[in-house]
Design a protein. Structure first.
Length: 577
């Protein structure tokens, strides 16, 4: 029988006491001996699989983390959870399941970690929803945790320039307008994604990878290492060692790391890099798990005071590999700290204070990362718009935009598919505001991402000649005058559900406004005639999600937040008097 250790661990609920004899039998059935059973149990979770290139490199990294855990005196327990590829679910009904997967990932990790009473977590994610989903689970479980992003793919090369899968998306529109031949697009298709790993631009995965470092859930300097570099294995091993150190100290815990200040830092890194608008959805969701109300409006305040000082695709030039080669995220953080753009007194993953951890970091290179006085714009690459059309906010990525003001008549579509048919036929006019509604968290349900639409519009040469407004989401790769996350959504009688073809919509990125030129009285009259969408035909995960999901401006979360887990009660269940 395993002897009781004075340093009580969560896992002791499964390993100590006479009545835990069957539990230990199961552990022995996995090849564990007395020594292994007496050590801290660490869940090593990945989203590894063959669903997307983004996650195909995670298993070796998990093995390296397990090695570090064992080296530091722990017993690793490897398990996996799901991954839904945004790339492969794009532009069809499958995209409804992408954002839902974030919740399933968080829930599934919680179920294993709490069900098995693990003492800590090392988690690896590689695709857009993997990253926030795993981080949400870590904060919810509040056991010592280290997150590691699996890294992005190397960019491809085509006709003397670096390319990514974004070029393939936009190439579709170029073929439609005879700017590219089908043969040229086939060439591009075959070279734009030459390795495993996530998309290499400052899209959602890389944005949230940076966020993980800034929040203190990931090791500083870890996120921008390319997916295929062997250096990742050593970083993963070190993560295993550090999580064991944090278990010994019982600090820092995820909820020590997720504070108002660290959330503001996370928002600042998104703005400074022209990152994905999806961060405006995920940062509030992570905050929600810590019991902190941090809304889209809070994100917006940080965006407005943070200059754009990184030149990254899609608004800029460079890829994640280039960020790695100029020193990674810490270089940008150091420049931001020295210019009072972030809080330096937040805690890092290894327990250091952020300002101390950045002391020996170098200066920006001046191309990929710029100094404060070289800022590409004085406010961040993403802004939040508000007005009578989106009273709770909507997101516009301004990085790379040539103009920030647009006014035109609405052309309304009730779904992405309906809009796509019109886009393919080029059945829209310059100056139009294309409106795609009923694609919000509840109305979709699932809040689809619309890179398929925006990339084709851009490829057709109309990227900044029209605007696109939706209560759905956009990819981090989206560019052009594209406004998403419109709140409240159409399915709850938000104003976007009340507008009609021909209504004049005014968008002003400088003033942060979005309005429809329709009186309040007319909107009220239309609301009385509005019919609630029928969700009765839904089943399975879509039905459960639609019944529980909250608004986009609060993170599109599916539970009340900050449900405390009574650690003492859990431990007492397994103690033997």
């Amino acid at each position: 029988m395993v002897k009781k250790n004075r340093n009580t661990l969560r896992s002791h609920v499964t390993t100590l006491g006479l009545d835990r004899t069957p539990h230990r039998a199961f552990l022995r059935g996995m090849g564990l001996d007395d020594e292994a059973i007496s050590k801290p149990f660490i869940g090593v979770v990945t989203t590894a699989g063959e669903t997307t290139p983004c996650v195909m490199n995670l298993t070796p990294q998990a093995k390296a983390a397990k090695s570090g855990i064992q080296e530091a005196g722990g017993t690793p327990r490897e398990f996996t959870t799901i991954s839904v590829s945004d790339g492969l679910s794009m532009n069809h009904q499958g995209m409804k399941f992408s954002l839902i997967s974030r919740e399933v990932i968080a829930d599934s990790i919680e179920l294993v970690v709490r069900g098995h009473a693990y003492d800590g977590i090392v988690g690896f994610g590689g695709c857009d929803k993997n990253l926030p989903g795993i981080m949400m689970a870590m904060v919810r479980c509040n056991v010592p945790s280290i997150f590691l992003y699996g890294g992005s793919a190397l960019p491809g090369h085509w006709r003397n320039k670096e390319v990514s899968v974004l070029d393939a998306y936009e190439g579709v529109g170029s073929v439609m307008t005879n700017k590219m031949t089908v043969d040229e697009l086939e060439e591009l298709e075959k070279v734009c994604l030459p390795t495993v790993g996530a998309c290499p631009g400052q899209f959602t995965a890389n944005t949230m990878g940076m966020v993980s470092e800034v929040l203190g859930l990931a090791l500083l300097g870890s996120s921008m290492i390319p997916s295929v570099y062997s250096e990742r294995l050593e970083v993963a091993r070190r993560a295993g060692i550090i999580v064991m150190k944090n278990i010994k100290n019982n600090s820092p815990l995820p909820r020590d790391l997720i504070t108002k200040k660290s959330l503001e830092n996370a928002s600042a890194i998104v703005a400074a890099t022209g990152g994905s608008t999806n961060a405006g959805l995920h940062i509030p969701a992570i905050a929600h798990e810590a019991g902190i109300k941090f809304t889209l409006e809070d994100v917006a305040k940080v965006f407005d005071r943070t200059p754009l000082i990184a030149n990254l695709r899609p608004g800029g030039i460079y890829h994640a590999k280039d960020v790695y080669e100029v020193g990674g995220v810490p270089v940008l953080l150091k420049e931001m700290l020295e210019n009072n753009l972030i809080h330096g007194d937040c805690i890092t993953a290894d327990g250091r204070i952020l300002s101390d951890a950045l002391k020996s970091v170098g200066k920006p290179d001046g191309k990929v990362f710029l100094s404060r006085n070289q800022a590409l714009s004085e406010t961040g690459g993403v802004v939040v718009l508000k007005g009578n059309l989106c009273p709770d906010g909507a997101l516009l990525k301004v990085a790379g935009l040539q103009r920030l003001v647009h006014e035109g008549p609405a052309q309304v579509f009730e779904s992405e598919e309906e809009c796509m048919e019109a886009i393919k036929k080029r059945a829209y006019s310059e100056g139009t505001v294309i409106v795609v509604r009923n694609e919000g968290p509840k109305g979709g349900p699932g809040m689809r991402e619309m890179l398929g639409l925006t990339a084709i519009i851009y490829g057709q040469g109309m990227g900044e000649k029209v605007a696109l407004l939706t209560d759905g989401r956009f990819s981090g790769a989206t560019r052009g005058m594209c406004i998403g996350y419109a709140s409240p959504e159409a399915a709850v009688a938000g104003p976007i559900g009340l507008i009609k073809n021909g209504d004049i919509i005014t968008i002003d990125g400088n003033k942060r406004t979005i309005n429809v030129k329709v009186s309040n009285q007319e909107l009220a009259k239309r609301r009385k005639k509005w019919i609630q969408p029928d969700l009765a035909n839904l089943a399975g995960s879509l039905q459960k999600y639609a019944m529980t999901v909250g608004p986009a401006n609060l993170g599109a979360v599916t539970h009340s937040g900050n449900v405390q887990w009574d650690r003492e009660k859990v431990i007492s269940l397994g103690e033997d008097d």
